[in-house]
Ligand binder design. Structure first.
Ligand code: SF4
Ligand code: SF4
Length: 209
């Protein structure tokens, strides 16, 4: 499964690079909108498998951890979660102003790809995914209403917490006083990294209803 997931991510990264080379990176937004709409049905699989930023961030996260340069802290000004909406509207404004004033296309997606890589060198992926990424804000909103997602089967979970560490978006918690892990659907990328480490096979994909 891990190999297949990596191949899917690399295929979409290849498509993104192809569109950039062809001078049509904005066509990527079609895929984003499809990913956003289908999040209602399947969860945020766009983030887990399609997004080129996530694909780039994975090896960079590994490298940053190896080099010991990543901090576990989160900048205080990001904690409210509103900054991602700011980056979304600021990005839209920059694209529109540059098109109107200079008649040129601002490579907003490429710029965010570079920023995602740089930020991941210093901060955990969840900081970028949940608090900075302009594309995550609408996905997070729609993710609240996803009909299907990864979820924990309470009867099977032993509360060992092994699933928490590999989660790239900090979507798993074990509430105080509970022995059962919980997954926040709105920030889960459906990547299944948690399933790969669960000793009880307690995580499944299915209806959230
Ligand atoms: S909860 Fe599991 S599937 Fe969802 S993002 Fe975290 S590791 Fe991936
Ligand atoms: S790894 Fe599995 S058993 Fe352990 S807390 Fe997570 S879901 Fe529960």
């Amino acid at each position: 499964m891990k190999t297949l997931a990596t191949l899917i991510r690399l295929a979409f990264l290849g498509l993104f690079i192809f569109l950039v080379v062809q001078g049509k990176p904005m066509l990527w937004l079609v895929l984003y909108v499809i990913g956003l709409i289908t999040t209602f049905l399947f969860g945020r699989y766009y983030c887990g498998y399609i997004c080129p930023m996530n694909t780039i961030m994975r090896p960079i996260d590994w490298l940053a951890k190896k080099l010991g340069i990543q901090t576990k802290t989160t900048p205080r000004f990001l904690e409210s979660g509103k900054f991602a909406w700011f980056t979304l509207f600021a990005s839209l404004a920059v694209v529109l102003v540059i098109r109107r004033v200079a008649g040129r296309q601002f490579p907003v997606l490429v710029v965010w790809l570079v920023l995602a890589a740089l930020i991941t060198l210093r901060y955990r992926p969840a900081v970028f995914h949940n608090l900075i990424c302009p594309f995550s804000a609408p996905l997070k909103l729609v993710g609240n209403y996803s009909r299907n997602s990864q979820y924990v089967i309470p009867e099977d979970c032993i509360g060992c917490g092994k699933c928490i560490k590999p989660c790239p978006s900090n979507a798993i918690t074990i509430p105080k006083g509970s022995r059962v892990a919980q997954i926040e659907t709105n920030i889960c990328h459906q990547c299944q990294d948690c399933r790969a480490v669960c000793p009880e096979n307690a995580i499944k994909y299915g209806s959230t209803g």
